[in-house]
Design a protein around this ligand. Structure first.
Ligand code: TYD
Length: 300
């Protein structure tokens, strides 16, 4: 096993940015090579997405357009360039590395949002700016345009009460016109369906060579699925974090402890080598918080 690819998902206001950054800091403080990165990116396509999210370009306010742009931003991010990475013109294209090159080379890459956000958000119709309804892009379409996005090794799902999430967004940055508690409820229901209802219960194994992303991985990153996914396990281990059990908010540090412990325990279970003392500490933290954090691992 080389590096680890971890994705954080959850509704707006669920704390994914806070907790993915805290995880990166904690891993680094143990001298592990952890990198934090975020979707949408701050590269050209991501910047266009932020403009759309702010309500510019009324004619582009369709979930099909969002799905295509997020998928383009994601492809660039995964295979071509990690945002913030300098371009060395003298090295040409070869000077660039995407998320998957870093994972290949041993880094722990933490993605703040990933393709499950596209599946949840772009299949939830809602009123955007100018009273335009974004429509529902349809799950088949979203899956199709994301065919080159491989599964992460670990998916951390922050399960937060929509009311709490709504309160946090409101106090943080004032209300954006297209965020309402009802929208959050509906996106949350989609996340629950996709992650808790499906991913956790119907594991997917790499079926030979016929996944489109396997070909792209070989072509652009130069690795086989077996090198990146030991045991041919091509589905994410899900870490389900109940951040607001019974609607009650928990302390940030407690949740961060739970996530850190669970991530290292899960990483070790799927073959990433974790140093003995670090693993023991992680197991202890995971055990202490097993009421709010659960790891779901399917074995063959
Ligand atoms: P967010 O993480 O909230 O960005 P910021 O913290 O910078 O405001 O992401 C922006 C929005 O984009 C958020 O509402 C979720 C949405 N989104 C999608 O609709 N589809 C996607 O594929 C992704 C990654 C995000």
């Amino acid at each position: 096993m080389r590096g680890i690819f971890i994705a954080f998902e959850g509704i707006d206001g669920s704390g994914i940015t806070t907790h993915s950054k805290l995880l990166k800091d904690r891993l680094r403080s143990r001298k592990l090579d952890a990198i934090y990165t975020k979707e949408p990116s701050k590269e050209a396509i991501g910047t266009l997405i932020y403009e759309l999210l702010m309500g510019f370009y009324p004619s582009l306010q369709r979930n099909e357009i969002y799905a295509l742009l997020f998928a383009a931003d994601r492809f660039h991010h995964l295979y071509i360039k990690l945002p913030g990475q300098p371009i060395h013109p003298e090295q040409g294209e070869r000077g660039l590395r995407g998320v998957l090159h870093y994972v290949r080379d041993g880094s722990i890459v933490i993605m703040d949002r990933y393709k499950y956000s596209s599946i949840a958000y772009q299949t939830t119709s809602k009123e955007a700016a100018h009273g335009i309804n974004l429509g529902d892009a349809g799950e088949d379409f979203v899956e199709a345009v994301n065919m080159y996005a491989p599964p992460p090794h670990i998916l951390v799902y922050l399960d937060v009460d929509p009311e709490t999430a709504y309160g946090r967004i409101r106090s943080r940055r004032g209300l954006q016109m297209f965020e309402s508690a009802e929208d959050l409820e509906r996106v949350k229901a989609r996340f629950n369906d996709i992650i808790l209802g499906r991913l956790m219960n119907t594991p997917e194994y790499c079926p030979g060579d016929n996944k489109p992303w396997l070909k792209k991985l070989r072509e652009l990153v130069g690795v086989s699925a077996a090198e990146l996914y030991p045991g041919g396990i091509c589905y994410p281990v899900v870490i389900h974090v109940k951040e607001t059990p019974e609607g009650k908010e928990l302390e940030e540090e407690l949740v961060s402890d739970a996530i850190y412990g669970a991530v290292l325990v899960a990483a070790s279970e799927i073959g990433y080598r974790v140093d003995g003392a670090i693993l023991r500490e992680a197991e202890e933290l995971y055990k202490q918080h097993d009421d709010i954090v659960k790891i779901s691992i399917h074995r063959r």
